[in-house]
Design a protein around this ligand. Structure first.
Ligand code: 6PG
Length: 474
């Protein structure tokens, strides 16, 4: 009997995704250039309709038509190599799904190329890590719509479910699936850094210990901050290292790595002119973290002045940090969603923002209770771009604002860096300022470069000879 679904790349993600497919009663077939990975799949799937094969020839011959093949291999050149190797073995109408974190430009190129070969391509974001792949990820497929219709029954069964709704939906044309996954990761970077800064404030301003913080994060996870990232933070904080019988977190090197999706989000946001400073700050903090030696040297040169009195303490500080974190979370999602709204027009993706919030509620790394509210905010308002001013968030942002300002004050007093939390507040302040000092920037541009300006009191485009006060209309 032929198999329903094929996987190329049997690393932990590919293997787990395939076992998940098989759990749901589909015949699942896998291959990998690494023989041990094939053997591992056969071993783990021995009581299921799962098979691992060593050659691509055997692989394609055992799949039902049109073939539905997912690739879960490292992003970049390897994806092109796999496609080239596979093309001579495929038939017209077969479906290729790239489930890795590919750059959307690559996905556009592959989508157009494969169209010329009559192969249907789906650039697909898959989120949830190894566990998500095994138990139900959030899946973001974009590209050929007819291919989506064919793989829909499998992907809907495999995906995580929230209230019975599968965390997968057709995202849109061409590279939209990978674009949405990229922004998902940008939000992921933002939330992670916000949480890290909250931890630092609790520790360095509040003097809290890891177990105390773990209990606090657990409590927060039962409230409006409920999310996967808060949940794992609580678990991480109390985790003990067997070797030393102390908290593992305390001995983990404070240099964060990155594979690039956060940076791509910032790059694309700059290209399309959407401000996402909280995500940018998270990318920047990863970059700063990498300069450990500089930080070590500078920490000796610039010693912090410790103010005598700690104004926010204990429960008061904990509550203020919770409010700050909630504010930061809302702003971070708002920036990501706004980016998607603008990209939807810029790239002709025609994105359904409500649908995206819906499929992010389960399975993925940024899943959070908040996404239910975000979903409903976008669901109620066609064309909504930035959710910050909606009634769903207005009161909370107002109520949390002063706590965040106070937390930042305390952090600044003690030299505790808080780039993401600060950027969240600054983004809010900038967006609620009717007037910004950018009139001066316009004047400066005109002064040194004759770049012209507009006026509040008259229509038209103006340029001044700044050394004589006469205004000339152009
Ligand atoms: C997911 C994650 C995943 C990502 C890792 C690592 O949604 O499951 O986003 O796709 O690869 O989180 O990303 P960085 O190495 O860039 O931190």
């Amino acid at each position: 009997q032929l198999y329903d679904f094929g996987m190329i790349g049997l690393g932990v993600m590919g293997r787990n995704f395939l076992l998940n497919v098989a759990d749901d009663g589909f015949g699942a077939l896998g291959t990998d250039i690494n023989r041990e990975s094939v053997d591992a799949l056969n071993e783990e799937g021995k009581d299921m309709r799962v098979k691992g094969v060593y050659t691509q020839q055997e692989f394609v011959s055992l799949l039902s038509r049109p073939r539905k093949i997912m690739m879960l291999v490292p992003a970049g050149k390897i994806v092109d190599n796999v496609i080239e190797g596979l093309l001579p073995l495929l038939d017209e109408g077969d479906i290729l799904i790239d489930g890795g974190n590919s750059h959307y430009d690559d996905t556009n190129r592959r989508y157009e190329y494969l169209k010329t070969k009559n192969i249907r391509f789906l650039g697909t974001g898959v989120s949830g890590g190894a566990k998500g792949a095994r138990l139900g990820p959030s899946i973001m497929p974009g590209g050929d719509r007819s291919a989506w219709e064919e793989v829909k029954p499998i992907l809907e069964t495999v995906a995580a479910k929230v209230n019975g709704e599968p965390c997968v939906t057709y995202i849109g044309e061409s590279s939209s699936g990978h674009y949405v996954k990229m922004v998902h990761n940008g939000i992921e970077y933002g939330l992670m850094q916000l949480i890290a800064e909250a931890y630092d404030v609790l520790k360095r301003v509040g003097g809290m210990g890891n177990d105390e913080m773990s209990a606090l994060f657990s409590r927060w996870n039962d409230g409006r901050l409920n999310s996967y990232l808060i949940e794992i933070t609580a678990a991480i904080l109390k985790f003990r290292d067997e070797q030393t019988d102390s908290h593992l977190l305390d001995v983990i090197l404070d240099k964060a790595k990155q594979k690039g999706t956060g940076k791509w989000t910032s790059q694309s946001a700059m290209d399309i002119g959407v401000p996402i400073p909280t995500i940018d700050s998270a990318v920047t903090m990863r970059a700063i973290s990498a300069f450990k030696e500089y930080r070590q040297d500078n920490s000796k040169l610039y010693t912090v002045v410790h103010p005598d009195e700690v104004l926010l303490k204990g429960e008061g500080l904990a509550n203020a940090v919770e409010e700050s974190l909630y504010f930061g979370f809302v702003v971070c999602y708002a920036q990501g969603m706004h980016m998607l709204a603008e990209a939807s027009e810029e790239m002709n993706y025609n994105l359904d923002l409500e649908g995206i919030a819906r499929i992010w509620r389960g399975g993925c790394i940024i899943r959070a209770g908040l996404l239910e509210t975000i979903r409903s905010a976008y669901g109620k308002r066609e064309g909504l771009k930035n959710m910050m001013a909606t009634i769903e968030f207005r009161e909370d942002l107002h109520a949390c604002r002063d706590s965040l300002a106070e937390v930042l004050h305390q952090a600044n007093e003690r030299g505790v860096p808080s780039m993401c939390l600060s950027s969240a507040l600054q983004y809010f302040e900038a967006f609620r300022s009717e007037r910004l000092p950018l009139n001066l920037v316009q004047a400066q541009r005109d002064y040194f470069g004759s770049h012209t300006y507009e006026r509040l009191d008259q229509k038209g485009i103006f340029h001044s000879k700044w050394d004589s006060p006469t205004v000339h209309e152009k």
